[in-house]
Write a protein that binds this ligand. Structure first.
Ligand SMILES: Cc1cc2nc3c(=O)[nH]c(=O)nc-3n(C[C@H](O)[C@H](O)[C@H](O)COP(=O)(O)OP(=O)(O)OC[C@H]3O[C@@H](n4cnc5c(N)ncnc54)[C@H](O)[C@@H]3O)c2cc1C
Length: 288
């Protein structure tokens, strides 16, 4: 690892000032579980590292009007164990609970997982189906952007070098709505997703409404399965519908062959993971 400057700013304003002066050679350090690996093993050489871990205003989970607000420094551990997240966005708690290992979940943050923009990131499919947005702040002001629009490619986001993620939010749970995340990795812990599926939907008089499905590790970014969303919308859950939905989901993927699995295997996995979610919901819907 090369020599670099390290600063721990004491406020968001100071962080934004330093990002503004740094002209792209600056990297924000949150939990460091991605950044330090990239600096040690993948040749990333920032001139200045800004450690924001002490900025307590960027941590926490709370209701803000019609949204659940999450500070970007909130760890996966805290997300997975939050009653508010489990109540309003179960898929996100499930995604966070499947990241790495207990050590990684205690250090790794939701902001880092989003900014790192891996197609295998475990919080991103849940955030996409929950219609989550991120607040991007710079010295010029702030704006909210859907997580779905932020992702531009593997390790590429719409986040500009002078911007900091200062908040993540998603609408609170509507009556009758639910969400679920399923991941397949090659072992129980410390396993990057070979494929993953998140689904959120509202049940209205026994039929699907507001269906959102996101797929991980099967395209250069997390992608929506919009064709499958259309198939499910307005329909009652049953065996034929599940068969139709799962038969279509692989068409929404552009997977690659790599050490973790072949493209063919990944397509089989998304079908199986989607079927698992829908079968599980079917049993509960029928039970009332
Ligand atoms: C052994 C191991 C296992 C892992 N397993 C998984 C896994 O199963 N699933 C999974 O999804 N991930 C996994 N990861 C990846 C990593 O733990 C997560 O992506 C984690 O959430 C990153 O958060 P962090 O706080 O450590 O980010 P950092 O490493 O501190 O930062 C990551 C990137 O985000 C940027 N960043 C961080 N915070 C902000 C902010 N507020 N504003 C702007 N930019 C910001 C940084 O500049 C950097 O580019 C694993 C990593 C390791 C080392």
């Amino acid at each position: 690892m090369d020599v670099f400057r390290y600063l721990a700013p004491e406020s968001v304003e100071e962080t934004l000032q330093l990002l503004d002066e740094g002209a792209g050679g600056v990297k924000v350090l949150a939990g460091g579980t991605d950044l330090l690996v990239q600096m040690k093993e993948r040749g990333l050489r920032p001139g200045l590292v800004l450690d924001v871990a002490g900025l307590h205003e960027l941590r926490g989970i709370r209701m803000e009007g019609k949204y659940v607000w999450i500070g970007p420094l909130t760890t996966h551990w805290d997300l997975a164990h939050s009653a508010l997240i489990r109540e309003h966005g179960l898929a996100l708690a499930q995604g966070a609970s499947k990241v790495g290992s207990p050590q990684i979940r205690h250090r790794g943050t939701i902001g880092g997982n989003i900014a790192n923009a891996s197609p295998a990131a475990d919080t991103v499919p849940p955030l996409v189906v929950l219609e989550a947005e991120v607040e991007l702040r710079s010295l010029n002001g702030s704006h909210w952007l859907p997580v779905e629009s932020l992702m531009e490619g593997p390790s590429r986001t719409a986040l500009r070098p002078k911007e900091l993620i200062t908040g993540v939010r998603f609408p609170h749970r509507a009556p009758g709505s639910r969400s679920q995340y399923e991941k397949f990795g090659s072992r129980q812990a410390l396993s990057i997703a070979v494929a993953s599926v998140a689904v959120a939907a509202v049940q209205e008089k026994g039929r699907f409404a507001r269906v959102r499905i996101a797929l991980g590790s099967v395209s250069p970014t997390v992608v929506r399965a919009t064709r499958v969303e259309e198939i499910l919308t307005g329909e009652a859950l049953g065996e034929d519908l599940i068969a139709q939905a799962t038969a279509s989901v692989a068409q929404q993927c552009r997977p690659i062959d790599d050490v973790r699995g072949s493209a063919w295997y990944r397509c089989q996995l998304v079908e199986a993971l989607l079927a698992r979610i829908l079968l599980c919901w079917g049993e509960e819907w029928m039970a009332g």
